[in-house]
Design a protein around this ligand. Structure first.
Ligand code: PLP
Length: 289
């Protein structure tokens, strides 16, 4: 594996160590980002850094780097990862104090900053063509799901419950509304219109979600941000889940029942083409859309 970044240094993974009193380890007190890079170009980097800044501000951790500083660190990891596609994981915690105490540590405790690049294998074509299966589950997370916090125990349990049921992802429902997946944003197609829940504290503002809406807009495909009732989810013509690493995946079975005719739908097909073109443009250094 190429070198990782820890607190100002690039070093081999085996040498990257954090103290056991780090608040990320003790409390899950930190935030993170996952950013794909295609052909050496970080995808939607500014949007990811904007969201990182918002997450850090929301949990009152000072941003350890300015934008240029982040770009230098992340691009170094991407360059060292070699020619293939990769995804960069970065995490900032509130740092390591000398004792375990819920209250914030004194100001001299600096945040712990860790980042690494891993090979990214986009979903194979036949998997995309088959689509994914999802299970509806009660959202057991907290009231600030807009913060990309490393505290992911509910998401972990929900994803595992879906896997245990033989499905790929959990779609989370709160107060009768379908919100998002355990690690993905949610779209439906109903009456020919693409719909996704509006941003707010109940869900993560997905970077891929925004790109999908921009692609819909630029290709004249009608879309709307609105609440999606669980009942509507169950009779949608198409359901998609999106994320930086899973891209745009059609859900073809929901709770064991076929979505539409049980195959990825025609609107998904078009969006998948637009998304692929977007990645290709980025590889040749162009903007998209
Ligand atoms: N919603 C949740 C809960 C997530 O964890 C993720 C990604 O990890 C997403 C949505 C999708 O976000 P993005 O498109 O920025 O990867």
């Amino acid at each position: 594996m190429s070198r990782v970044y820890l607190n100002g240094q690039f070093l081999p993974l085996a040498e990257a160590c954090v103290p056991v009193l780090d608040r990320g380890f003790l409390f899950g007190d930190g935030v993170y980002e996952v950013i794909p890079a295609y052909g050496g170009h970080l995808f939607r980097l500014d949007a990811h850094l904007d969201r990182l800044g918002a997450s850090l501000a929301a949990v009152r951790i000072g941003n350890p780097h300015d934008r240029e500083g982040w770009k230098r660190v992340l691009q170094t990891l991407v360059d060292e990862a070699g020619p293939g596609d990769c995804s960069v994981y970065l995490q900032v915690t509130r740092g390591a104090d000398v004792k375990r105490d819920h209250g914030f540590p004194p100001p001299e405790v600096r945040p712990t900053v860790f980042a690494m690049a891993s090979p990214l294998h986009p979903p194979p074509r036949e998997r995309l063509e088959r689509g994914a299966s999802a299970r509806v589950m009660a959202d057991i997370r907290w009231a600030r799901c807009d913060i990309k916090a490393i505290t992911l125990l509910p998401n972990v349990l929900l994803r595992q419950a879906a896997l245990d049921a033989g499905d790929d992802e959990a779609i989370l429902v709160r107060d009768g509304l379908a919100l998002e997946g355990s690690a993905s944003s949610l779209f439906i197609v109903a009456d020919g219109i693409l719909a996704t829940p509006p941003k707010g504290p109940a869900l993560l503002p997905g970077v891929t979600r925004d790109l999908v809406l921009e692609l819909a807009q630029s290709h004249g495909r009608p879309w709307v941000e609105r609440d999606i009732a669980e009942a509507e989810l169950r009779c949608a013509d198409e359901i998609w889940l999106t994320s930086s690493t899973r891209e745009v995946t059609a859900v073809t079975r929901l709770d064991g029942v076929a979505v539409g005719d049980g195959r990825p739908g025609p609107v998904w097909r078009r969006m998948a083409d637009w998304y692929r073109a977007c990645k290709a443009a980025l590889r040749s250094g162009e903007e998209c859309p």
